[in-house]
Write a protein that binds this ligand. Sequence first.
Ligand SMILES: Nc1nc2c(ncn2[C@@H]2O[C@H](COP(=O)(O)OP(=O)(O)OP(=O)(O)O)[C@@H](O)[C@H]2O)c(=O)[nH]1
Ligand SMILES: [Mg+2]
Length: 343
Amino acid sequence: MIFEGLPTTPTSEELIDKAFSRAARAGRAKQGLEAQQSMLQTATSIVSDNLENVVTAWPDFGYEDEVHPFYYELADAVLAGETDSPVEGATGVDALRQSLSEVMWASRKAREIHDEYQPRLRKTDVDTARKHRKQAFARVADIVEQIDDDLLFVNAARNALRDLPEINPEEPTIVVAGYPNVGKSSFVNELTNARGETASYPFTTKGIGVGHREHDHIRYQLVDTPGLLDRPPEDRNEIESQAVSAIAHLGDCMLVLCDPSGEAGYPLADQLELRDAIAAQFDAIPVLTVANKVDREDRWPDDARERMGADREMSIESGEGVEEVFDAAVEAIGHEPELPFEG
Ligand SMILES: Nc1nc2c(ncn2[C@@H]2O[C@H](COP(=O)(O)OP(=O)(O)OP(=O)(O)O)[C@@H](O)[C@H]2O)c(=O)[nH]1
Ligand SMILES: [Mg+2]
């Protein structure tokens, strides 16, 4: 996961303390002008290097090669729920990028202060040099304090993003949608090793289920999306909608599960409306309608089949048709392994 292993971001106070205490130590090891020069060098390079490291630890959001659109939008959704950005009006990844560029600005500024004061610590008396060096320190501290909010925001972003569960946007992915209780989790668990394992994301209180299954030596990812693709688009809040658009970059095939009996509390008409809305939003990938719980066919409305026009029917309870649904999804994806240097 690309946001794993991001280091903690120091606060401005921590950074200033570190820079100045190291500088003091470096100064004590030398005498006269050299001590002042060494202090300036140490403090400015600690500030500059540490701030640069804060920025370079992050992938470059400007390049799709570095941040897959799925992760970009996912981060956008996660950060939308994050602490206020210090940048007026900025939200999500945009806010993070702006704070990172403020941090980069401060890093450069510290280096400039070094270059500006360095000559003033030469060919002069120690008292004058000390005065200049102190002035340089005050300016460095001022710069770092100016980005105090940005450092806090970058750290909050890091904390929010680093524990995102493993979903690999490069793997062919089957997304499972449908109203609550239609059998989404049962389906993913039946076909994969997921066994009810769920991954919690900050934008939904229900865990996202992820399982894997091989077919012809290709690993498919099955993603169960409770709390997101389980109700009409107009019932989603802004963050949930953003998470859904992240899923649009992830999915290669969409399965909309229905329980035609409507016994779970959602009439078939509503379920089909959701199916149509999903088909419209995910028009770039195949969307298959799957009628589940065929073992309870006796409770289906008489015209259920006609109205659904389902691509497949199955019963997770009896096992009937379940493998076939997976095969149909695989076929719809028509995934061919990408061979490098071919053609
Ligand atoms: N009779 C019958 N029951 C089923 C079938 N598939 C799932 N169920 C039951 O339906 C209930 C709901 O199944 P889940 O897999 O939890 O449904 P879900 O879509 O994940 O529900 P949410 O996570 O709430 O969105 C469970 O009690 C399952 O045992 C089926 O084919 N036949
Ligand atoms: Mg579920």
